[in-house]
Design a protein around this ligand. Structure first.
Ligand SMILES: Cc1cc2nc3c(=O)[nH]c(=O)nc-3n(C[C@H](O)[C@H](O)[C@H](O)COP(=O)(O)O)c2cc1C
Length: 138
């Protein structure tokens, strides 16, 4: 059985709701899933696939207090694993996610499916896209 980690940071719950749907999608597709806040993560060793969720923060950036340091620490170990990205945003156009995708490419991290973004609270369509994202890495 494939082992999937869904790792997220969420300030007001929108990305957390997306993470729950990603986890549900992976579980329904038969994976063993760990749903983790970024503070709970020290290693991704032992996982076959990792879904990472963070909203647009700063100025089209990832959250820098907890998420970025965690991400930096696990990035070398993400190379060669199945990785996907998701998150919520508000007034922008999703530039933070494009920046994050470019960062992954620079570090040699290949994305296994198209990233999913939700404007504020994820609607039914966004939650369905999150479930498919989870299934894609299960
Ligand atoms: C400090 C801060 C910075 C933000 N910066 C951006 C931004 O650059 N672009 C954007 O589209 N939304 C931005 N947002 C909006 C959040 O991405 C949006 O509220 C999102 O739904 C929060 O997700 P969460 O509930 O998972 O924390 C920002 C919000 C905060 C609190």
């Amino acid at each position: 059985m494939s082992k999937v980690a869904v790792i997220f940071w969420s300030g007001t719950g929108n990305t957390e709701a997306m993470a729950g749907a990603v986890a549900d999608g992976a579980k329904e597709a038969g994976a063993e899933v760990s749903l983790l806040t970024c503070g709970e993560v020290t290693t991704v060793d032992g996982f076959d696939a990792v879904a990472l969720g963070c909203p647009a923060m700063g100025s089209e950036e990832l959250e820098e207090g907890e998420f970025q340091p965690m991400l930096e620490s696990i990035e070398p170990a993400l190379v060669g694993k199945k990785v996907v990205l998701f998150g919520s945003y508000d007034w922008g156009t999703g530039e933070w996610l494009e920046n994050w995708e470019a960062r992954c490419a620079e570090k040699g991290i290949k994305l296994a499916a198209e990233s999913v973004k939700a404007n504020n609270t994820p609607d039914e369509d966004a939650l369905e896209a999150c479930k498919k994202l989870g299934a894609a890495i299960a």
